[in-house]
Design a protein around this ligand. Structure first.
Ligand code: C2O
Ligand code: CU
Ligand code: CU
Length: 510
């Protein structure tokens, strides 16, 4: 178990005929049915070894490879322990995990545990850069509810490129609550991770990294778990899809053509209070949802992404350039003739504790505009503020320009207090670490940074549209003890100078 075999889990899909995918952004693409489809690859559960102290050890190696994203075409990719994406990491609440992360790429990278409560020095942000040939060994004890988290690179200024080339994987946290519910849980059978990304290809099959839009690289081809045109044979009455939007800047509005309902059971940070019947669910880059879909025997149904109807302050024309009008097939679910019975869904999933914001709390404001937050672009040498450990804060996040953005915070899961003064809709009422912030909207978040303090190593908050993040739409904060005077000296007043300056067209960064 010590030595990890370099699994190329996407090989073995080679002998399929060529599928042509067409599409264009602007005014809605023409969905082209890919046929024949290929079976959805399931990222393997990462091998791990438990030492004498009970610590669970994983190894990750980031390296270049090649994969058949589109059938019949070979594409140069980057991946963890394989040609693209990475194995599914899985651990239980209460377990101590330890990683050896090796960088075999030609340039520095980092590995960030998105959604994880983790000491700042092991968070994998821009400061924890791993040079080519080097190793990094983070370790922490998992203490948060069961959830579908993920891991991806976070190198300063080039996260979009690293993720786009294939570096991303799912990190599942299990606990007693998730064990007790009887949700579909047979990994790869009725409990399936679905990493949704968009890609563009050049004639020769290589990834097209040119022509970024104002929200980053927008692809015309959807890849699910690394392939375009995927189907999944389903052998059970119900299937749980753990969906991750692993795209740079694309939003997805997921559902089925016939508006059939599915149950939303979890969002970024874990289970909802109770299952929520929906026929559409929208996710922005970095967000996750877990849905339970009922399958009819002998019937195919296609999970699709539909146009984003609610432009929320984005003008019609920009909405088209941002891909809001596009329709895509994501995954064809093929119900077998005979389906195994699935347990009934429980009426209650979890008890969501409400963060208490009644007592005096620290309030902070974050204005998102172009490539800036509060008028400033990311500077690795600047700490924007210090939070006191184990205290609840309320953050007001406002998108004050006309681009779509979202807002992600490291280390903690937050609760949405209100959106433009109104309580959040039920799909946004659970634990979140990333939230969509359309133009003009004002969202208040309640959050607390527990347990870990570090006066030197910061956590990040940022727009998770990866090009925006790379361009500097990110800030840094530290979490300190209450008596620590650096809390005052580090926290600058809201700087609004430069709020009205629009940065020049962003440099091409590839
Ligand atoms: Cu998923 Cu700071 O990132
Ligand atoms: Cu993160
Ligand atoms: Cu943004």
């Amino acid at each position: 178990m010590k030595q990890l075999s370099r699994r190329h889990f996407l090989t073995g899909l080679a002998a399929t005929p060529i599928v042509i995918f067409a599409g264009c952004s602007g005014g809605g693409n023409e969905p082209v049915r890919a046929s024949p489809l290929r079976q959805l690859p399931i990222p393997p559960i990462a091998e791990s070894r438990i030492d004498a102290n009970g610590t669970r050890h994983f190894e990750l190696i980031a390296a270049a490879g090649a994969a058949e994203l589109v059938a019949g075409k070979t594409t140069a990719t980057w991946g963890y322990n394989g040609s693209q994406l990475g194995p599914t990491l899985r651990a239980r609440r209460g377990e101590t995990v330890a990683f050896t992360v090796e960088n075999s790429l030609p340039e520095p990278t980092t590995v960030h545990w998105h959604g994880m409560h983790v000491p700042a020095r092991f968070d994998g942000g821009p400061l924890q850069s791993i040079d080519p040939g080097d190793k990094w060994e983070p370790t922490w004890t998992i203490d948060q509810p069961s959830a579908t988290l993920w891991y991806h690179p976070h190198p300063h200024g080039s996260s979009e490129k690293h993720v786009y080339r294939g570096l991303a994987g799912v990190f599942l946290v299990d606990d007693a609550v998730s064990d007790s519910l009887g949700l579909p849980g047979d990994y790869g059978v009725d409990d399936v991770p679905l990493i949704i990304q968009d890609r563009r290809f050049k004639e020769d099959g290589s990834l097209d990294e040119s022509d970024s839009t104002d929200i980053g690289l927008l692809g015309d081809t959807i890849v699910t778990n690394g392939i375009a045109g995927a189907f999944l044979p389903v052998v059970t009455e119900r299937i749980r899809l753990r969906i991750l939007n692993g795209s740079s800047g694309r939003l997805y509005n997921l559902g089925f053509e016939d508006f059939r309902e599915f149950q939303l059971v979890a969002t970024d940070g874990g289970l909802l209070g109770k299952p929520l019947l929906l026929s559409r669910i929208q996710i922005s880059p970095g967000e996750r949802v877990e849905v339970i879909v009922s399958i009819e025997s002998g019937t195919d149904s296609i999970l699709k992404s539909f146009p984003i109807d609610d432009h929320g302050g984005v003008g019609r024309e920009s909405a088209d350039t941002f891909g809001f009008a596009d329709t895509f097939d994501i995954l064809e679910l093929r119900g077998k003739q005979r389906l195994r019975a699935s347990p009934e869904l429980p009426a209650v999933l979890s008890v969501l504790p409400k963060l208490d914001i009644g007592r005096p709390v620290v309030e902070r404001t974050f204005e998102m505009r172009w490539f800036m937050i509060n008028g400033q672009r990311m500077d690795m040498n600047r700490i924007d503020f210090a939070s006191i450990v184990d205290t609840t804060e309320v953050w007001t996040v406002k998108n004050v320009d006309n681009w779509p953005h979202n807002f992600h915070v490291h280390d903690a899961q937050f609760q949405i207090v209100d959106i433009d003064g109104a309580p959040p809709p039920p799909e946004l009422a659970g634990w979140k670490d990333t939230v969509y912030t359309p133009p003009g909207q004002r969202i208040r978040l309640a959050l607390r940074f527990d347990e870990y303090t570090d006066t030197a190593q910061p956590y990040m908050y940022h727009c998770h549209m990866l090009m925006h993040e790379d361009q500097g739409m990110m800030g840094q904060f530290v979490v300190v003890e209450s008596g620590d005077r650096s809390a005052q000296t580090l926290s600058p007043p809201l700087d609004t100078s430069g709020m009205n300056s629009i940065p020049a067209q962003h440099e091409k960064h590839h």
